[in-house]
Design a protein around this ligand. Structure first.
Ligand SMILES: Cc1cc2nc3c(=O)[nH]c(=O)nc-3n(C[C@H](O)[C@H](O)[C@H](O)COP(=O)(O)OP(=O)(O)OC[C@H]3O[C@@H](n4cnc5c(N)ncnc54)[C@H](O)[C@@H]3O)c2cc1C
Length: 457
């Protein structure tokens, strides 16, 4: 008998799962029906800031696979502009609105995958829904920003929130020639970084001409007679603005699941086991909407990253296709840039390590990305967090220029394997002058961390 898999959400997690399940089971065994409320599938939200910046010409370049390709090549029935409005887990049905036709229909499922992603946090201030205030979560959002840039020729942008999306959007606006203000409630940009590295990010943004307002809350949006934004009111005064972008972070978009009685965890993500199954029979979840666990803190977390969503989607797809897959947890490894400055992190910061019950020992080094005599050797600062006594690596954060950021992957690999900094400093990493000094900055950082652990006793 043919089973039916219904997938809610047609991006990274949803389409990875659908494709993986299809590889394992043909259409005669498994019917796959995907509902996506937007117009696109498998799009790279990660590319939106660079598209808005003008570095990528065509929106379609951000689409890895269009709905018709899924239909024709993989027999996956993708229905765009279809929004799932409720789930009945007893009857095993979903209610779906066809957004073009304005009709509602009901569809049964044997297995259901919820892959509804994350939703941007909107500060609850007057005027936040005004015209000219944009999120950048989907390609439709990105298109709206670009249309506004063409039609209104804004000169001043205010980015609300200095998370990594806020920072990338500040760079985009700067590259488009706008005067850019970033308003951030915390005392530093990118609050998951330790203050020492956060301060360096702030300093770099200032050098680039981005006006950073730290420790400042947005209190409201003022609009002109046409309803379009004209200023952002903050605790520090009013900033003129022709356009505003939200970079205040996201939360798991788990509302649909919660309304259907699917358990939600402390991080607001949908509770899943290693195989991406929720506690409700026949219901699965993957991607930004799902909760997972942190491999170092052992705590439940929801971290909105494409890296995680794609992997979880694959695991769900393996299981839904009749094979076996287990998701092994996350480290929160992330990387970004603002103009020429690269920033990356993995694992726990100092305070997070303390909160998780570790006694952290912290060490920082300044180094170079290439041999000091080789042209274009760039600065890099690395901060390591290790456990007192055992020397186990708990986290690393870095900031630098070209060639710096991807070094975080070596730390992530060490962290994944629960290595001590003493082991890391002896790892046989590569060297030639165009790529690194003979002691790569990663090894120097591990050496410094090892000394700090020994001194801490
Ligand atoms: C601007 C930006 C930059 C980013 N940069 C990076 C980066 O550099 N690196 C990185 O790792 N990650 C990055 N991310 C995060 C990454 O894009 C997400 O983690 C990833 O897209 C999550 O995939 P997902 O499938 O879980 O959710 P989403 O990609 O959000 O997809 C969920 C889909 O579900 C649909 N949907 C929701 N509710 C319903 C419903 N009721 N009915 C039908 N459809 C529904 C939505 O329309 C959406 O298309 C970035 C995100 C943004 C917004």
């Amino acid at each position: 008998m043919t089973e039916r898999l219904v997938v809610i959400g047609g991006d990274a997690a949803g389409m990875s799962a659908a494709s993986q399940a299809r590889r394992l089971k043909g259409p005669e065994e498994l019917e796959i029906l995907v509902f996506e409320r937007g117009r696109f599938t498998s799009y790279a939200a990660c590319g939106i800031p660079y598209w808005i910046a003008g570095l990528i010409d065509e929106r379609d370049e951000l689409v890895a696979r269009a709905p018709e390709v899924f239909r024709e090549k993989q027999a996956i029935d993708v229905r765009t502009a279809h929004e799932v409005v409720s789930i009945d887990t007893d009857a095993r049905t979903v209610a779906v609105d066809d957004l073009d036709a304005g009709t509602r229909s009901e569809h049964g499922y044997d297995q259901l995958l919820i892959a509804t992603g994350a939703t941007p946090l909107r500060p609850p201030v007057p005027g936040i829904d005004a015209e000219g205030v944009f999120g950048v979560q989907t390609l439709e959002h990105g298109q709206r920003v670009l249309d506004a840039m063409d039609e209104r020729r804004p000169e001043r942008a205010v980015v609300i929130g200095a998370g990594y999306i806020g920072i990338e959007m500040a760079e985009a606006m700067l590259l488009r020639g706008l005067e850019v203000h970033v308003v951030e409630m915390a005392a530093q940009p990118m609050s998951t970084l330790d203050p020492e590295i956060g301060a360096k990010v702030a300093e770099a943004m200032g050098r680039m001409g981005i006006h950073l307002h730290l420790g400042v809350a947005v209190e409201g949006i003022e609009t002109g007679d046409d309803g379009w934004i004209r200023a952002v009111r903050t605790g520090e005064g009013t900033l003129d603005a022709d356009i505003a972008v939200l970079g205040t972070g996201t939360r798991p978009f788990s509302d649909l699941a919660a309304e259907a009685g699917v358990p939600i965890g402390p991080s607001r993500g949908i509770v899943t086991d290693r195989r991406q199954r929720t506690p409700v029979e026949g219901v699965w979840a993957a991607g930004d909407c799902a909760e997972t666990f942190h491999r170092v803190s052992r705590q439940p977390v929801s971290i909105a990253l494409g890296t995680i969503a794609n992997k979880q989607g694959r695991i769900a797809g393996l299981n839904l296709g009749g094979s076996y897959g287990g998701f092994p947890g996350v480290l929160g490894t992330a990387i970004t840039k603002v103009c020429e400055v690269e920033i990356a992190r993995t694992g726990l910061g100092e305070q997070a390590a303390r909160d998780a019950g570790f006694e952290p020992v912290v060490a920082t080094i300044d180094g170079l990305t290439r041999a000091h005599y080789y042209p274009d050797a760039k600065p890099i600062t690395i901060r390591t967090i290790a456990e007192r006594g055992t020397g186990r690596l708990l986290g690393a954060q870095l900031i630098g220029e070209e060639g710096a950021a991807k070094r975080i992957d070596t730390f992530a690999t060490a962290l994944w394997n629960e290595m001590a900094v003493e082991e890391l400093l002896n790892v046989d990493l590569s060297y030639a002058p165009p790529f690194s000094p003979v002691w790569d900055p990663v090894l120097i950082a591990a050496r410094r961390a090892d000394s700090a652990v020994r001194s801490a006793g």
